[in-house]
Design a protein around this ligand. Structure first.
Ligand SMILES: [Zn+2]
Length: 253
């Protein structure tokens, strides 16, 4: 049992008792962990607004041995997630985009597996979702692709998985989901049926892995690029999670 401090994002809340909640955090220092927040449901509780979904806060918690629930002792709000104002065209997208970030963090990471880059990516993505001048499809595709890359599950975007030929900029490809790669036209077979993706969209995805969320959030994709990139990202995420994310139905480009 030890007392730990962390910068953490609230990614899930569940009622525990009449006055308490179990809060799941994704932290910079420890990755994901859940902790019991006693009194969190009381109006003038000890944690105020620090535990709202998608808030970033500085927390202190008692880390218990495995099998026992950690205990939250302090939470101080550092940044609240502020979706775009209701009434603006992007307001629902920014709310749902935030829920989607939380669901993927919860579904694709393990407890106490530190991944500071994933924390930074998530906070930057929430900031981009709050910005009025941002492009929703680019933010969501960038988050998914970067997360897949950071957890080591990004499909190989450089060569055909069967023949090994480099991606040709004029070619058409298919996403071979189970193998985490691409198939060129010559190697494409019925039994590997996967969504088609053009070399242009593959190039978009590659650039996404190299840019910051803030930079990418202003890039406007063509409809075809957004659709192809999103299909590949969602297929890879569904494969990694073992199910289709439930908040995905609210993500519309
Ligand atoms: Zn091939």
């Amino acid at each position: 049992m030890s007392l730990e401090k962390a910068d953490a994002l609230v990614i899930r809340q569940a009622d525990f008792s009449e006055s308490s909640r179990v809060v799941t955090f994704f932290s910079r220092e420890f990755g994901k962990f859940a902790a019991l927040a006693k009194g969190a449901k009381r109006l003038k509780g000890p944690f105020d607004a620090a535990l709202d979904l998608l808030s970033t806060c500085r927390v202190v918690f008692l880390r218990k041995s495995s099998g026992t629930l950690n205990l939250l002792t302090e939470a101080r709000l550092t940044q609240r997630f502020t979706p775009q104002n209701s009434g603006t065209p992007g307001s629902l997208n920014s709310v749902y985009g935030g829920y989607y970030v939380a669901e993927l963090l919860n579904g694709l990471t393990e407890d106490f597996d530190p991944a500071p880059e994933v924390f930074d990516l998530s906070v930057a993505t929430l900031n981009s979702l709050s910005a009025v001048d941002s492009q929703f499809p680019s933010i969501i595709i960038h988050f998914q692709i970067s997360l897949l890359q950071l957890i080591g599950l990004l499909p190989n975007l450089f060569e055909c998985s069967v023949c090994g030929e480099s991606v040709d900029q004029n070619g058409g490809y298919a996403h071979w989901v189970s193998q985490g790669g691409l198939l060129c036209q010559a190697c494409r077979r019925e039994e590997y049926s996967g969504a088609s993706i053009s070399a242009g969209s593959i190039e978009v995805l590659r650039r996404m892995t190299q840019g910051s969320s803030e930079l990418i959030s202003r890039v406007k994709l063509s409809r075809q690029q957004a659709e192809e990139c999103q299909k590949l990202a969602v297929s890879a995420i569904t494969q990694a999670m073992g199910r289709r994310p439930s908040t995905l139905r609210y993500i519309q480009f």
